[in-house]
Design a binder for this molecule. Structure first.
Ligand SMILES: [Zn+2]
Length: 148
């Protein structure tokens, strides 16, 4: 497992925990070179999780899309790449544990928003404005109220 900070390939497992359903194992690791800590998730491969988009079409779940969306929202904000990766990992783990084969894109958006709200309010607002497809000023005001 390569350290996301320095690229070294030796790490020590500090803690290993199976999630409730036992389909994903979370490991807390420490890099043996830079001693920074990071989390890895070991999961069963080849689970076809489909995302159902607003227009009814579906596509294969791709955690990179979460990362891209969150990264965009966090542009120039003090959010570390490690945090963004962690958001994507946690959401993927949750979705896999649901044992469903399809999930509405809206659910994923909500999960991302819940996490961003705790990390960075500006990033949260940016994400909400894009993701919720807010059509009216009133929609945006509701989200603003929530943040305040
Ligand atoms: Zn390292």
């Amino acid at each position: 497992m390569i350290c996301p900070y320095c690229g070294y390939n030796q790490s020590t497992v500090l803690e290993s925990r199976d999630t409730e359903e036992g389909r994903v194992t979370r490991r807390r690791r420490e890099c043996q070179r830079c001693h920074k800590r990071f989390t890895t998730y070991e999961r069963i491969g080849n689970i076809d999780l489909k995302v159902i988009k607003k227009d009814g079409r579906s596509e294969l779940f791709d955690p990179q899309k979460i990362i891209r969306g969150v990264r965009k929202a966090c542009w120039k904000r003090p959010v570390e790449d490690g945090n963004i990766q962690e958001i994507a990992d946690e959401i993927e783990m949750k979705l896999l544990n649901r044992k469903k084969t399809a999930v509405p894109s809206r659910d994923i958006g909500r999960m991302i928003m819940n996490r961003l709200r705790k990390i960075d309010k500006i990033a949260y607002l940016r994400f909400a404005s894009v993701y919720l497809d807010m059509e009216s000023v009133a929609d945006f005001e509701n989200v603003l109220k929530e943040v305040k």
